[in-house]
Design a binder for this molecule. Structure first.
Ligand code: CU
Length: 240
């Protein structure tokens, strides 16, 4: 049985895991210490024949210590994590030249929008995928998260990425994956009856494979566009 986290496959994964294990070690030590003390006091000061209870009004020195020590630990953890937090969550610190897509969450599916031939999102040649993301390996990748109904949460644990998706907002989240393969995308926010079924697959491909896949999608889209134009020509309706 493996008690550790499953291997991470994103550039900032090891930093997240490191912070997690530091916090786990500190809280683990505190947990064991307090439990040992609890049982020690339970036994040491149990009710016994001929022993009278003693009352006291506390110990200022002990209180100052057990307030100061956690304060210092918590401030230390905050200082240790603020850099990682900024690097991961602050859009102004995102790596430049990232590949950008939009992911729209809705009850109960993920719709990914890719920029298409012009490389620009929210234009006519965008193409869409359902419950599936294609991602090139070793390249910064930004997912702009939007929701068309309730709050969802975009969760890919091997990337150590979890971000709430809030209606009315576009929340960018980035990652750079370091290993090809298929990874599970889940919704980590209870979002309704079908929440359990709101999952997808992230296909991480080599850059060559990704470009070939992208070209195929663009070509398919172009072919469909030509078919639409032909149909529109026949009926006189505007092409869409
Ligand atoms: Cu959801």
């Amino acid at each position: 049985m493996n008690w550790m986290f499953p291997q991470s496959v994103s550039t900032f994964g090891p930093e997240i895991d490191r912070l997690y294990y530091i916090i786990l070690a500190i809280t683990g030590v505190v947990f064991v210490l307090t439990e040992v003390l609890l049982f020690y006091f339970l036994i040491r000061y149990r009710a016994r024949e001929g022993h009278k209870a003693e009352y006291n009004h506390g110990n200022t020195k002990a209180e100052v210590i057990w307030t100061t020590v956690p304060f210092v630990i918590v401030v230390g953890l905050a200082l240790m994590s603020v850099g990682v937090w900024k690097r991961i969550k602050d859009p102004s610190a995102f790596p430049p030249n990232a590949y950008q897509i939009i992911v729209t969450a809705r009850q109960f599916e993920w719709e990914a929008t890719y920029p298409g031939a012009d490389g620009q999102l929210r234009t006519a040649d965008d193409f869409k995928l359902l419950n599936r993301l294609n991602v090139p390996v070793n390249r910064p990748f930004v997912v702009n998260l939007e929701s068309s109904d309730v709050i969802h949460s975009f969760f890919v644990y091997p990337f150590r990425v979890k971000q709430d998706v809030v209606p009315g907002m576009t929340i960018p989240v980035w990652f750079e994956v370091t290993a090809t393969g298929e990874y599970a995308l889940g919704c980590a926010e209870l979002c309704g009856f079908g929440h359990y079924s709101m999952d997808g697959t992230v296909m991480v491909q080599t850059q060559t494979e990704f470009q070939a896949w992208e070209a195929t999608q663009i070509a398919a889209r172009a072919a469909a566009g030509v078919a639409n134009l032909a149909a529109a020509g026949a009926t006189g309706a505007p092409a869409n």
